[in-house]
Design a protein around this ligand. Structure first.
Ligand SMILES: [Zn+2]
Length: 175
């Protein structure tokens, strides 16, 4: 699907993504922002979707893992998310973005960069986490300035604070 002329989603998705566990790694300090972001996905204001997420303390029961790291490098973003599937040998690997037009994946890993996250408001933190989770479900970054109000806008100048209708439509279409 396209929004103002640019693709908002990959052709494939998290294989069993409709109802999944999520797991917060030891040492990840965003233990309030992450559940708040989960609520923003499951119960979007004025909209609905079939997404179900439940917190688990067992990593192997999770399909959405949240890690924290710290990097002040100018090339490091606020957060980043990878999608993982098994290769022919049965080992999980982080897919290239373009692979996500060809193969479904099993789980996603979200990495929050504390260097950037620490200075954000709670509202912005939750928006970042919602955005990253949506990557895990198969949505892409938007860069057209016409899409600045979308939760999928790919820069910190994005204005969305919650799940937006363009992204919610994709969740309904995929799941
Ligand atoms: Zn992004």
């Amino acid at each position: 699907m396209t929004v103002n002329g640019e693709r908002i989603d990959w052709l494939k998705k998290m294989a069993t993504g409709q109802n999944i566990g999520y797991w917060i790694a030891p040492g990840n300090e965003y233990t309030t922002s992450i559940p708040n972001a989960v609520q923003k996905i499951m119960y979007p204001s004025g909209m609905s979707n079939p997404m179900v997420l439940w917190k688990t303390t067992v990593n192997s029961n999770s399909n959405m893992d949240f890690y924290q790291y710290y990097s002040s490098s100018s090339t490091e973003p606020v957060a980043k998310t990878t999608s993982h599937r098994k290769n022919a040998s049965g080992n999980y690997y982080a897919m290239l973005p373009s692979d996500k037009d060809t193969y479904n994946w099993v789980y996603a890993e979200v990495r929050l960069n504390d260097y950037h996250m620490d200075g954000l408001t709670n509202t912005k933190r939750e928006a970042v986490i919602v955005h990253e989770m949506l990557h895990g479900y198969g949505l892409r970054d938007l860069y057209n300035n016409a899409n600045q109000a979308s939760i999928m806008f790919g820069s910190v100048s994005g204005t969305a604070t919650r799940l937006t209708s363009d992204a919610n439509s994709i969740l309904n279409a995929k799941y």
